[in-house]
Design a protein around this ligand. Structure first.
Ligand code: COA
Length: 258
């Protein structure tokens, strides 16, 4: 049983809550290890269609890496702590959608983790930033590469070089979060959206995520060719037959996941 993460099920949605509210849910090694173990478990669990990540308490999603672990640490020890598989990469390649439910401070490694998710839903009280520069550090969880892809080069440089925090509305305007909701509606609205997604064919969700994620890596011609191949691959699934037949017969599809 994980000690730092609470696991809850809401139908086909698994909600993972990082449970270190006294440290604003900072990511220490134990959280990272336990999260990786849980993701392996959830990947193989056919009862789970979508994963939601959040932080315990009312104040913070994740306030970054646990700064206490940095003090006096050698480069060798840090490199070992950053060994593969890394949580950020595992989440972005995870075969089911992962939603960040951002309930407060979303800083440093927390912002990087949110950017590794497939969708970000934020409370209107959430605050975002990459404050590593204030510690004599730079983002180390992919932030220097993912942030510019979300907000553009100029805004990424602004946030990275100043360490300034921005509010949820500005984060949405910049493209760092997709949806902002009133703080006390965050859980309901996130779970409602997650449930709608989890009701889709798990097979098709996986292929759709893979296709869109490929756009991060591939030149557009290669990406479009890849999309065509995945689209045609869907024609081998029972779920494509079911989805099309259900539309034509005007009833709800019953997905088989194959
Ligand atoms: N790592 C370890 N502990 C952290 C932490 C982090 N990233 N962020 C917050 N905490 C701890 C604080 O040390 C404090 O612990 P204590 O009560 O034992 O002293 C507790 O969480 C509450 O934080 P506090 O600073 O008192 O809350 P605040 O509301 O005054 O400020 C922040 C909130 C987020 C502005 C502030 O905690 C902060 O700047 N945190 C660091 C953010 C950061 O630099 N992240 C990137 C790390 S690479």
């Amino acid at each position: 049983m994980p000690e730092t993460i609470l696991v809850a099920r809401e139908g086909r949605v698994a909600v993972l809550t990082i449970n270190r509210p006294d440290k604003l849910n900072a990511l220490n090694q134990q959280v990272r290890d336990e999260m990786l173990d849980l993701l392996v478990e959830l990947e193989g669990d056919d009862g789970v269609g979508v994963v939601v990540i959040t932080g315990a308490g009312d104040k913070s999603f994740i306030a970054g890496a646990d700064i206490g672990e940095f003090a006096g640490r050698s480069p060798f020890d840090q490199r070992w702590a950053m060994r593969s598989p890394r949580l950020y990469d595992v989440m972005s390649a995870f075969p089911k959608p992962v939603i960040a439910m951002i309930n407060g401070f979303c800083l440093g490694g927390g912002c990087e983790l949110a950017m590794s998710c497939d969708l970000r839903i934020a409370s209107d009280k959430a605050r975002f930033g990459q404050p590593e520069i204030k510690l004599g550090l730079i983002p180390g969880g992919g932030g220097t590469q993912r942030l510019p892809r979300f907000v553009g080069l100029g805004q990424a440089l602004r946030l990275t070089l100043t360490g300034d925090m921005i509010g949820a509305d500005e984060a949405a305007r910049l493209g760092l979060v997709e949806i902002v909701v009133p703080h006390d509606e965050l859980r309901t609205q996130t779970l409602e959206l997650a449930a709608r997604m989890a009701a889709m064919s798990p097979l098709t969700l996986r292929v759709a995520k893979e296709a869109v994620r490929a756009s991060e890596q591939l030149p557009i011609e290669d990406g479009i060719r890849y999309e065509r191949d995945l689209f045609c691959l869907c024609f081998s699934s029972e779920d494509k037959e079911e989805g099309v037949a259900a539309f034509l017969a005007k009833h709800q599809p019953e997905w088989k996941g194959r």
